[in-house]
Write a protein that binds this ligand. Structure first.
Ligand SMILES: C[S@@+](CC[C@H](N)C(=O)[O-])C[C@H]1O[C@@H](n2cnc3c(N)ncnc32)[C@H](O)[C@@H]1O
Length: 489
């Protein structure tokens, strides 16, 4: 569904559009319902300050039929949301029935005020079209009140400018080799191999591959560079057992599966039930057969449980503010990103950091684990360097030290503690996304003159108990094992 690009003021005298075919109208009606559902989810999540899936991931879920049209409609409505709300208030046309269906009303108002076609079918549409003159006059009043000439001046579009980012594509080497993917994609766009991550390809900004057969059949994944660097930084060896601690929607999980070459095992842990479904879809699409999904809290796993005795690596990509990918996720379009929400941000960041620290300490405490990667798509020190520095004494006592992922990468951690030069940062301006990676590796077989963190295994174990004195009851793990469901398909 094509949307009008310009925000020129709608004129009260605008000519009625040509009557579209009933098929086109029905599909537009359907797109408005799909868009309203997504808008409802993101606005509710935003109002409750609760992390929900990004607008993009909601739109690109398999249940949405007209992805391109729905995506455009949701984004355009969000961009115009303040204006639409003001117009509705001035026009005062809603009765209590339609007030209860605000997301749908917003979508239809966008179409009536700024869209290409005036909707003609659907109850809500008919109700609002009958009040079109009142809405247009409300808009004219708003322009006068705000002392602007047109809607464009009303909208703050500056935040959308200057964010031109290449399209990154990770080749799922479980299903296809990198050279074959290059050959196939070159038929459409210029393709280069990324210089940092071996199975990552770089294509021009705006390359639209969402409906490409290679994406639809899981041979390639549309995955950003930062996200693709995490499993690559962990470098699990084929045959290892690995935990992905916070795994949905599963991009890094299936990247791990590819790096393990289909051998070994991944335990993919996810707390949120809805997101477990997304995770399972991603796993299915990837063709991986060695991933076990655990629906539950990563913090509830007992590191001493024999089920984890062979786990050698942990990938921890916990919930974060997402401040590094804000324009990617389109979160800047949401009401909570207006200028007067800074106070809320610091409380939320603090809460996130508390969990991030707990989760990282927990990951380090699995006895046989020798590599732990911690990542966020945040630019905030409190979620990045501060989290890492808070666990350093524990890490050191358990035999871990900070390693340097991608040593040739220039941007490293903020210089807030000795050793932060090992950390990796991506810059939202230079690299077009903000990302953070820390890699802990266990130093083994260095027992001459051991430093506190290089103690013999028995001593390490004793110290570990000092940090984790509580024991998880066996019975819980039997229950947990019952809920593990392998995703072999
Ligand atoms: C940043 S996302 C992970 C993205 C994922 N690694 C990927 O690349 O597709 C964080 C995920 O952790 C989940 N999560 C949050 N707390 C958790 C916990 N205590 N245990 C397990 N999962 C958790 C969230 O529901 C969310 O799906």
């Amino acid at each position: 569904m094509a949307r009008r690009k310009s925000n020129a003021p709608p004129k009260a005298t605008r000519q009625p559009s040509k009557q579209p075919s009933s098929g086109a109208e029905r599909s537009a009606l359907y797109a408005r319902r799909e868009a309203a559902k997504i808008l409802h989810t993101v606005l509710r999540g935003d109002a409750e300050r609760r992390a929900v899936a990004s607008i993009k991931s909601l739109v690109f879920s398999p249940s949405v039929r007209n992805k391109r049209g729905t995506f455009a409609l949701v984004c355009e409505t969000l961009k115009h949301l303040d204006v639409i709300k003001d117009v509705l208030e001035i026009a005062n046309v809603l009765n209590s029935k339609w007030k209860r269906q605000e997301p749908l009303v917003y979508i239809i108002c966008y179409d009536i005020l700024f869209g290409k076609e005036t909707p003609s079918i659907g109850d809500a549409e008919k109700f609002l079209v009958r009040r079109k003159d009142a809405l247009l006059s409300g808009l004219a009043t708003l322009l006068v009140r705000k002392k602007v000439k047109n809607v464009e001046e009303l909208l703050d579009l500056s935040q959308l400018n200057g964010h031109i980012k290449p399209r990154y594509v990770r080749v799922n080497t479980l299903k296809m080799d990198v050279d074959s993917a290059v050959k196939e994609l070159e038929k459409l766009y210029k393709v280069e191999k990324d210089e940092t991550v071996p199975d990552l390809l770089v294509m021009p900004p705006g390359s639209d591959l969402h409906a490409h057969p290679l994406v639809m059949n899981g041979r390639i994944f549309l995955q950003g560079k930062g996200s693709s660097m995490v499993a690559a930084a962990l470098q699990p060896e084929a045959g290892w057992e690995v935990i992905d601690a916070c795994s949905a929607p599963g991009n890094k999980t299936v990247h791990l599966a590819a790096l393990l070459k289909g051998q070994g095992k991944i335990i993919a842990c996810e707390l949120n039930e809805e997101r477990v479904k997304r995770l399972e879809q991603t796993i299915k699409l990837s063709g991986a057969t060695n991933i076990e999904v655990f629906h539950g809290d990563f913090l509830s796993l007992n590191p001493e449980d024999p089920s984890f005795a062979k786990v050698r690596a942990i990938l921890l990509d916990p919930s974060c503010s997402g401040s590094g990918t804000i324009t990617d996720r389109l979160d800047h379009l949401l009401p909570s990103h207006s200028a007067d929400n800074k106070n809320y941000d610091s409380i939320r960041l603090h809460k996130l950091a508390v969990f991030q620290k707990k989760a990282l300490a927990h990951a380090l405490s699995f006895p046989q684990v020798e590599r732990v990667v911690y990542s966020t798509c945040s630019i905030h020190q409190i979620e990045n360097e501060d989290v890492v520095s808070s666990v350093l004494p524990l890490a050191s006592s358990l035999g871990f030290e900070l390693a340097t992922p991608f040593p040739n990468w220039q941007r490293r951690g903020l210089p807030v503690f000795a050793g932060s030069e090992h950390l990796l940062r991506m810059d939202p301006v230079e690299d077009k996304e903000g990302f953070f990676i820390a890699l802990f590796t266990k130093t083994t077989n260095k027992l001459d003159n051991p430093k506190p963190y290089e103690l013999p295994e028995g001593e390490c174990r004793r110290r570990r108990k000092q940090f984790y004195p509580f024991l998880w009851p066996k019975v819980f793990f039997r229950a947990w094992n019952g809920r593990l469901h392998g995703s072999r398909r």
